[in-house]
Design a protein around this ligand. Structure first.
Ligand SMILES: Cc1c2[nH]c(c1CCC(=O)O)Cc1[nH]c(c(CCC(=O)O)c1C)Cc1[nH]c(c(CCC(=O)O)c1C)Cc1[nH]c(c(C)c1CCC(=O)O)C2
Length: 362
């Protein structure tokens, strides 16, 4: 799109995502730019969370922090932002205190009238696009940059619950009491997500990941009823739009946390992200998954000390090696969910070193 970015020096992530078996697994971790890093906490002292998201210079600085710290060990950057920027673009107020809070959540379908019929994504979310373009330049081609958004079900859950929830009482009430209105809301969110994702690619994102973090809260039947149609709408929508704009395709990753992998595999994504509760061998052998895989070390292993980290990484590498024998697709090493604030950055470094060692020629 007229951008003249420095050439990419490390394409391991993109090759694995397109299905290639690489000499070693590329590695990055979800939430790698976050509170476990002292340099992140330093910036947070002076700036509110969404202020950072909306200020391209700050978002760029934080995105590259882990790349700087783990030079040569980490194979991707992910743009610093949040899935909740979409509800904000729809006019909903979202605060971070310290978890997300919506002062005025959607209560009943009558509240859908508060959402605008049409969103100008460039206008509302242009700051994310600017941050992506700025970050691509700052990365100097060292590693590829991942763009992302939340999946409609997970976004809907937050918009109705007004924050995180253990029981999902309100959002599930919608699914069962107002299924048609729920589906309409999910489709509306998917339309905005597609535009947002295409805009991220135009701005310079080289892979896109969709986070359906609450997928596992749905029964397989409800995941199929409510989430799969919009996840498919998004993968085909992004591909069609990129094709019609004459823009090169990028790999698409689906992280539908806790959803049955055979269901996730039917949504049309190049990479399926696994949580630590899923066994890659089972996924490949019993669920007919023929996509590249991403994951899936239990993030709390990083609290177990170096011996445990090395042992568990070696075991994970062996398991993915056997699993890949069955799929002949790529593997992207990652945690099974985001890294948590209490992790020692040196222990994460050790995790990366162990991945390099034990995934080699895997
Ligand atoms: C559900 C969800 C959200 N945000 C996100 C998800 C999906 C992934 C997942 O399930 O973890 C995705 C997300 N959030 C953030 C990123 C940035 C990129 C990265 O480094 O991975 C990404 C990809 C930054 C963040 N988003 C948030 C932080 C910490 C907030 C802070 O700095 O005060 C960061 C670094 C805040 C956030 N944002 C959200 C929650 C629930 C929270 C609070 C959780 C917590 O306290 O850890 C919504």
């Amino acid at each position: 799109m007229g951008h003249d970015f420095p050439p990419l020096k490390n394409d391991l992530l993109l090759r694995a995502a397109w299905g290639e078996q690489t000499d070693r697994a590329p590695v990055w971790v979800m939430r790698q730019a976050g509170r476990y890093l002292p340099e992140f906490r330093k910036v947070r002292e002076d700036h509110e969370f969404f202020e950072i998201c909306r200020t391209p210079e700050l978002a760029t600085e934080i995105t590259v922090q882990p790349i700087r710290r783990y030079t040569g060990l980490i194979d991707a950057a992910i743009i610093f932002s949040d899935i909740l920027v979409i509800p904000q673009a729809l006019g909903m107020e979202v605060l971070m205190q310290p978890g997300p809070v919506f002062p005025h959540p959607l209560d009943t379908p009558a509240d859908l009238a508060r959402l605008p019929d049409k969103v100008d994504v460039d206008e509302a979310l242009g700051y994310v696009f600017d941050a992506i373009t700025m970050t691509r330049k700052k990365l100097e081609g060292e590693v590829p940059l991942i763009g992302f958004c939340g999946a409609p079900w997970t976004l809907m859950m937050y918009m109705i619950e007004g924050g995180g929830s253990k029981t999902l009482q309100k959002s599930k009430t919608w699914l069962f009491k107002y299924p048609d209105e729920s589906k309409a809301l999910l489709r509306r969110l998917a339309d905005v997500c597609v535009e947002f994702l295409v805009g991220q690619v135009k701005a310079g994102a080289q892979l896109l990941q969709i986070f359906d973090s609450n997928a596992g809260d749905l029964s397989p039947y409800d995941f199929e009823t409510f989430s799969i149609p919009v996840l498919r709408q998004m993968s085909s929508g992004v591909r069609d739009r990129l094709a019609s704009l004459g823009i090169a395709q990028v790999p698409l990753t689906l992280f539908a946390k806790g959803a049955s992998p055979s269901f996730a595999a039917r949504c049309g994504y190049d990479v399926i992200g696994l949580s630590w509760t899923q066994d890659p061998l089972d996924v490949v052998n019993n669920h007919g998954v023929d996509a590249a895989l991403q994951g899936n070390l239990d993030p709390t292993v990083l609290y177990g000390g170096r011996e445990a980290i090395e042992r568990e990484v070696e075991r994970m590498c062996k398991t993915f090696r056997s699993a890949r024998g069955g799929v002949t697709k790529g593997w992207i090493a990652n945690l099974g969910h985001g890294i948590t604030p209490g992790v020692d950055p040196e222990d994460l470094k050790w995790f990366f070193e162990c991945i390099h060692k034990y995934s080699a020629h895997a």
